[in-house]
Design a protein around this ligand. Structure first.
Ligand SMILES: NC(=O)c1ccc[n+]([C@@H]2O[C@H](COP(=O)([O-])OP(=O)(O)OC[C@H]3O[C@@H](n4cnc5c(N)ncnc54)[C@H](OP(=O)(O)O)[C@@H]3O)[C@@H](O)[C@H]2O)c1
Length: 246
């Protein structure tokens, strides 16, 4: 395949966790990948080195996805280095737990800015710039279905991502662009482990029908399928990749 035929993907928040597994997995499919990071420059550059050593193409780009210019920076870097973008993975996200009575405005604003604002601007940029036959995959969460106490603001940002996914799928179908969301259950990353005791982590794993936590690679496989040419007839869907908890 010549460089001109190579598909190009942007993965937001790809220095660690699920985003890193997605970037690696897409590179394995021969896709040139923009590996976005917020603070984890070293991790992002190490991964780019590994992808290149395996014969792939990747570029680490710093951008704060919670800021208005974040995703635009990534499209510009991708287009300059690799050419037009085919695939956008809106992965960067954060979670601050707190019962609604206790959440302060700053905690609300920071989650909305990244989880909702970042995905909105990603979708808008993607709608304007993705090639025909393109793919958009955004991250929701299975907590939208579970609705446990303390997850109110986080779940609300992810429910909004699901709503925009359904709408944008209808807006972009005419260009052959699919728009989907993946809603993982608990996945063993810093995001999930932070602040939990070993006992709490074990209890969550045991409560899953598969008796374990999800791994970033479990989720990356789902994203890779949705991003692939074979995923062309799946659009406007939310895939709850969680081992069957909801
Ligand atoms: N883990 C789970 O159990 C779980 C379950 C359901 C849904 N999800 C969703 O899956 C996605 C990935 O979660 P994860 O578990 O992989 O999280 P993670 O381990 O905390 O990794 C988050 C990634 O996002 C990046 N990031 C954070 N803030 C950023 C910002 N403002 N700008 C750019 N990058 C930023 C981080 O990069 P830097 O360190 O470089 O800033 C890191 O690469 C999120 O949308 C999350 O809501 C996760």
């Amino acid at each position: 395949m010549s460089e001109h035929d190579q598909r190009v993907a942007i993965v937001t928040g790809a220095s660690r966790g699920i985003g890193a597994a997605v970037a690696r997995r897409l590179a394995k499919d021969g896709i040139a990948v923009v590996v976005n990071y917020g603070r984890g420059r070293e991790e992002a550059e190490t991964m780019v080195g590994q992808i290149e050593a395996a014969g792939g193409r990747a570029l680490a780009v710093q951008a704060d996805i919670g800021e208005p210019s974040g995703v635009r920076t990534l499209f510009e870097a991708a287009e300059q280095t690799f050419g037009n973008v085919n695939i956008l993975i809106n992965n960067a996200g954060m979670m601050r737990l707190g019962r609604l009575a206790e959440v302060d405005d700053a905690e609300f604003d920071v989650q909305v800015a990244l989880n909702l604002g970042g995905v909105f601007r990603g979708m808008r940029e993607g709608a304007r710039r993705l090639q025909e036959g393109g793919r958009i995959v955004s991250f929701s969460s299975s907590v939208v279905g579970l609705c446990q106490p303390a997850y109110g603001v986080y779940a609300a940002t992810k429910a909004a991502v699901e709503a925009m996914t359904h709408v944008l799928a209808k807006e972009l179908g005419g260009r052959g662009i699919t728009v989907n969301a993946v809603a993982p259950g608990p996945v063993e990353t810093e995001f999930f482990l932070a602040g939990k005791s070993e006992e709490q982590v074990r209890a969550v794993a045991e409560a899953n029908p598969f008796g374990r936590l999800g791994q970033p690679e479990d989720i990356a496989e789902v994203v890779a399928y949705l991003a692939s040419p074979e995923g062309r007839w799946i659009s406007g869907q939310v895939i709850r990749a969680n081992g069957g908890i909801v």
